[in-house]
Design a protein around this ligand. Structure first.
Ligand SMILES: [Zn+2]
Length: 489
């Protein structure tokens, strides 16, 4: 088969090549014009040689983030979070160092990473631990830093100009711009907007299905060692501001050796086994199943005549299909949503398709209806405080534990007879079972468990395959944040 195809393919390519030379095709114009835009940008960014020699960049920044569709309440204005960040990249050696410290959504973070071949690690300064990275990936790890650093995008264009097409010219911020494409090693193509007068990058866009369009803005250029860097960076997701970065320090070509040092006070712990991407079923008790994979899980409870499905994260149809291998015929009467965040209402449409009534709180009605296939026809039942579902073989109490530091309202499912609690986003449960100091959200969950005198034996979550014990929760609560040194330079 292969041998037969080769001559045909070669002939086709030859034909294409000769046509391209003969005619001024759209593709040829797009490539040639992109080349002109890239050459002008290289001059504006200090010259081709300066960009070629731009090998190490280290930046300190303050990030303001807006928790779009991930705030305490369902609508705008979105909650703001603050983090301080450090990033340093070394292109020639494919090394990257990053660190982030701050809070948001009821979680405190003080973490970092080093990509350095065999000596690659993630650091949890809050927990005081470090974990070897089994398969370090320089391109994936450094991509987010490159995408928000204009001269590094120009460097990418320089190295990958064969991927670039001129898309056209357009006005942006009252100024004429040329738009060219860039395909990086990883991720969807970027559209880069270069000012026709200054030849500096003003804007970049990329489309991230199914989430929508991400729009980056580069502002307040300052020249460092002859290369203009944007001091301010803004990110919009579907026209809503999602991030503001203020760079207060940028260093060009420092010695990278200082960033390769490992923090001294961290305990090395074993890496978690890679998460399974297969949908798997675990039986927690008779008729109670945790089904999921790839970081999203649903709990199914088999009643006498019907089924209750709890959790609304990605992949509900596949989880239902897996559950159907053990319980074939009973209808799913209720689908319980934990909260209104965009990654927890994906189950609404599949529950509606099953003919189920969706359980939520009144305050989340609008978001939940919007997530349905037919919002008006969606059957809803609102939980006010708490609600019992008694289906004979099992009793489930759906409890609103809000307000929590993560959501004004948050539903958990509690099976008192089995001692099983299902929660979302309030108890991080690492696959290796190594508990970290309890987050503010976990302390809130524990308060509710205490106040209600719940005899919890098992905790399962919307984002973990691991079944946690009450000892795991006690362990997390007993640990205090270490906040070890080493996260900043
Ligand atoms: Zn959430």
């Amino acid at each position: 088969m292969k041998i037969k195809h080769i001559p045909i393919l070669s002939a086709g390519l030859l034909l294409l090549a000769s046509n391209a030379v003969a005619e001024d095709t759209i593709a040829l114009r797009a490539v040639n014009k992109a080349g002109e835009v890239i050459d002008a940008a290289l001059v504006a960014y200090g010259g081709a040689e300066a960009i070629t020699n731009l090998n190490v960049v280290a930046r300190k920044s303050n990030f303001t983030t807006w928790a779009t569709t991930q705030s305490l309440q369902p609508g705008a204005p979105w909650d703001q979070g603050q983090t301080s960040n450090f990033a340093a990249i070394n292109f020639s050696e494919e090394q990257f160092r990053g660190a982030t410290k701050g809070s948001g959504g009821g979680f405190d973070i003080d973490a970092g990473q080093l990509i350095n071949g065999e000596s690659s690690y993630t650091f949890d300064f809050r927990a005081g631990t470090m974990t070897a990275v089994a398969e370090p990936d320089f391109n994936t790890t450094s991509g987010p830093f490159i995408r928000v650093t204009a001269p590094l995008l120009v460097k990418q264009l320089q190295n990958r100009r064969h991927t670039s097409h001129w898309l056209g010219e357009t006005e942006f911020d009252g100024r004429a711009h040329d738009v060219v494409t860039l395909v990086m090693e990883v991720g969807p193509a970027l559209s880069l907007y270069f000012d026709q007068e200054t030849h500096l990058l003003s804007r970049s866009e990329r489309v991230l299905a199914p989430f929508g369009q991400i729009d980056y803005r580069f502002k307040d250029y300052v020249t460092i060692d002859g290369i203009p860097f944007a001091k301010t960076f803004e990110l919009y997701a579907d026209d809503q501001q999602n991030m503001l970065i203020d760079r207060y320090e940028t260093v060009v070509n420092p010695d990278f050796a200082q960033y390769l040092e490992l923090p001294k006070d961290l305990e090395a712990i074993a890496a978690a086994p890679p998460a399974s991407t297969e949908v798997e079923l675990q039986e927690l008790a008779e008729g109670v199943f945790l089904v999921g994979g790839a970081g999203t899980f649903v709990m199914f409870v088999e009643m006498d005549d019907y089924v209750v499905s709890i959790g609304g994260t990605a992949g509900v149809p596949e989880r239902i299909a897996e559950f159907r291998k053990v319980v074939e015929d009973k209808p799913i009467r209720y689908g319980v949503l934990t909260h209104h965040h965009n990654d927890h209402v994906l189950g609404v449409a599949p529950y509606q398709a099953e003919g189920a009534t969706v359980l939520t709180v009144k305050a989340h009605e609008e978001v939940v209806r919007a997530a349905a296939t037919d919002g008006e026809a969606l059957k809803l039942k609102f939980v006010d405080g708490s609600e019992w579902l008694d289906g004979g073989s099992h009793k489930i109490q759906i409890i609103d534990i809000g307000p929590t530091p993560h959501s004004e309202h948050l539903l958990v499912a509690w099976l008192p007879e089995e001692g099983i609690l299902f929660e979302a986003d309030h108890f991080p449960n690492p696959a290796n079972g190594r508990m970290a100091p309890a987050q503010p959200v976990t302390r809130r969950l524990a308060e509710v468990i205490d106040a209600r005198g719940m005899d919890v034996k098992t905790i399962v979550g919307a984002h973990s395959a691991r079944i946690a014990s009450r000892e795991d929760l006690a362990k997390a609560l007993s640990l205090l944040p270490v906040n070890a040194a080493g996260s900043s330079w």
